[in-house]
Design a binder for this molecule. Sequence first.
Ligand SMILES: O=C(CO)[C@H](O)[C@H](O)COP(=O)(O)O
Length: 432
Amino acid sequence: MSKVDPNKPIIQVALDILETDRAIQIAKESLEGGADWLEAGTPLIKSEGMDVIRKLREAFPDKTIIADMKITDTGAMEVEMGAKAGADIIVVLASADDSTILESVRAARKYGVKIMADLISANEPVFRSMEVEKLGVDYINVHAGIDQQMEGHDSLSIMKEVVRKVNIPVAIAGGLDAASCAEAVSAGADIVIVGGNIVRSSNVTASAKTIRGSVDSPSTVRSMKVSKDEEIRAILETVSTSNISDAMHRKGAMQDIFPMREGKKMVGTAVTVQTFKGDWAKAVEAIDEAKEGDVIVIYNGSRHVAPWGGLATLSCLNKGVAGVVIDGAVRDIDEIRKIGLPVFATCHVPNAGEPKGFGEINSEIVCGNQTVNPGDYIVGDDSGVVVIPKERAYEISRRAKEVEKTEQRLFEEIRRGATLSEVMKLKKWEKH
Ligand SMILES: O=C(CO)[C@H](O)[C@H](O)COP(=O)(O)O
C-alpha cells in the first residue's frame, strides 16, 4: 500500500488541523484533487489523540495513512500505538537517539508498518540521513518546520544532497507549493508532503489538483526568482492588516489612525518624519527623500492644524510614493480623495500650519502609539495601519499569509452553513 513508484511521485497531504471531522472532510477533498497519502499531522494527533488515526482508517480503508508522531523516545511503544490504530507509516525524529530509532524500526517490523525519519532540526542532516538509513528506516523526510519556514529556511538544497546519498525513498516537506513541488520532484523527491497550501485553501480540491499537475508535469511549472523585499511586498499585498495583527499577536496596529478614503490598500517601507504641531516643512521635504514604494509616516501631534493636504498628496503620487500616514490632521480631504493616494490620519480639519522647519526626517518616531523606524514595512487598509519591524518583515508576512489561509478555509465552512462558533469549536477550546 505504501509503495513508491519512482515514475510517479506521491503527494502526501499533511492534515495539520485540530479536529477529526474537519480533517476527514479535508482529506476527502484532497483525495478528489489527486492527493495520494493522508498524514495525520502532529497538531491533529496532539489535539485528538490516536483515535484520529482510527477514524481516518475507518473513513479511508484503502489509503496509506501516515501518523506524524515525531517520536523522540519510547520508540517501540509509540510505534505499536500508531500501528494498532491503523497507520501504515509512522514518523520518528531523525534527531532522536539511535536506540529510539532502532526500537521504532524493530516494532515497525513486528507490526507490519514502515518508519519515516523526519530530519527536522537534525544536526548535519545529510550525514544523519545516511545513518538513519543504516538503522533501518524506510523513508527519509527532509523537512523545514513551519516556524523555520517563517524565517526563510527551506529544505530543497539539503534534499538535493540527501537524494544522492541514500537509497531509500526521500520525501520533502516545508511550505511546499506548486512551484517548489515541481522543483523538488525534478531534483529527485519521491514524496512531496504538502500541508498549508492544500489544507488551508478555501478550495482544497482545486489546490490539490494544482499540486498534482505540478508534480506530474514539473517541467511546465515556472518559478520566478524575486528579492526578499519583492517577496514581502507581494505577500503583504494579499493579506489584511487584521491578518498581520493576528500574526504579530495583536501588536503593531496604530491607534486612532483612520483611512481618509476607504477601499485603498497601502504597502510600503517607511520614511519617517518627526514634526511639531502644524509645522509642515519636514513633512513636505520628506516627499523629495522618498522613493517609489515608500510610505511617508509623520508624527505631527495636532488635531487642529494640518501638516498635509492636497498639493503634498499629488506631489507624492507623482513620485510613486505608496501612501502617507499622519499622527495628526490632514486637510483638503476632497482633493485627497480625488487624487486617490492612500492617506491615513487622525482626523481632517481646514487649517494649515506653517513651514517652520523643526523636526527630522528618517529618525525613530512614535506614530499612532507605535514605534516606527525608517525601512519598517507599513500596511494600511480599511481596518487601519500596522507597522512591521523590518527585521521581522519576512517572517511576519509569511505568518500573516498562514493566518489568511486559515481564515479562507473558515469562510468556506461558514459559506457551507456552519456557524462561527461551530467552525471555531469555541466550547471545546475555551480556556479552562
Ligand atoms: O510536519 C509539519 C510541521 O512540523 C507539517 O505537516 C509539514 O511541514 C507540512 O506542512 P506545510 O506544507 O504547511 O509546511
